[in-house]
Design a protein around this ligand. Sequence first.
Ligand SMILES: Nc1ncnc2c1ncn2[C@@H]1O[C@H](COP(=O)(O)OP(=O)(O)O)[C@@H](O)[C@H]1O
Ligand SMILES: [Mg+2]
Length: 367
Amino acid sequence: MSFEFAVDPKSIFFRCVEDSGEAIMISDTQGTLVYVNPAWCKAYGYTKEEAIGSSPKLLHSGHQPQEFYQEMWRKILNPSVGTWKGELVNKAKDGTLVPVQLTITPFKDDDQQIAGFMGIAANMSYQKELETKITHQDRLASIGLLASGLAHEVGTPLGVIRGRAEFLMMQTDNPTMTKNLELITSQIDRISKLIRSLLSISRSVSELNIQTLNLHSVAEEIIDLVGQNLKEDSVQITMEIAENIMIKADHARLQQVFLNLIVNSIYAIKKDIEQGKKRPHFLKISALQTGSQVDIRIQDSGCGISPENMKKLFKPFFTTKDVGEGTGLGLAIVAQLMREMGGKISVESKLNEGTTFTLGIISGQSY
Ligand SMILES: Nc1ncnc2c1ncn2[C@@H]1O[C@H](COP(=O)(O)OP(=O)(O)O)[C@@H](O)[C@H]1O
Ligand SMILES: [Mg+2]
């Protein structure tokens, strides 16, 4: 059946469709696009001219299997169902993925034959983002609860076991026995370390205390703490922070943010050295004040982060480190702490070159 597509541009129905905020497309029975509205063009980045005459397959992202579309069409063409509504991921012209809630409705001609299909897509990007954020936060909150429970329930018996192992070590001259007891204590210490880092999340739930702080001195405190570790590997650590920069932050939270980021940087540099890369290594902490915001940069010359891992960086339990070395909680905590202080965090990285984390914090300077 041939498809006639004539519209009266003055018709109120046409104006409604044309001005709708939802992306609307109309295809003929062959699946050729005959109309798209401006919201559709905006959502997917194609012009009207590019879209009309082509197929909606243009939008396929590969995120749905072939069977998904078969099932969809079976429902649409089944007169007792007649319409389809569901969530799917489309792809815009520039490759961006666009999650949408799509409704496809067949419309009929005067002879009650299907003349074409109308698809209305509501953009779900915002909802999807929100959903992941919420589950992420839920996950962190439950880790916090778990951690404080664990610290009490497991921490105490662990302490007892460790004490007994040490007592037995003093009682024996048998080298095999001593070696095994040492193994026991070192494994216990490993568990304790994990519990401690889990606990730091529940600690982050402690009351927020935003003060005006001198950034230079907070950074110095942390550098003093980790500096020794770096000197051993002859890594240069430099601080470029003007002594008069003041910020509004929570002292304990900011310390922890610094510590987690610096520990990660040290690890990344060491990894790079282990791989035999001999370029000069550095770790630089600098700050720049722009208006009412202070940007703090923690820059390292470490192994860098692959684009694939960049996406997972802030997810709880994401780690590339060996069991016992990393918990994958450091950056999840950092992100949480920054949120609590009303700050921002972003990251840039190049594999085999290094990584820069930027913290955006409100300035404590009053003008
Ligand atoms: N400065 C950095 N350079 C390279 N990789 C990093 C850096 N910071 C974080 N990463 C990567 O992000 C992962 C997650 O970090 P984090 O949340 O602190 O957990 P963990 O340090 O326990 O692995 C690390 O395993 C590492 O792969
Ligand atoms: Mg870490």
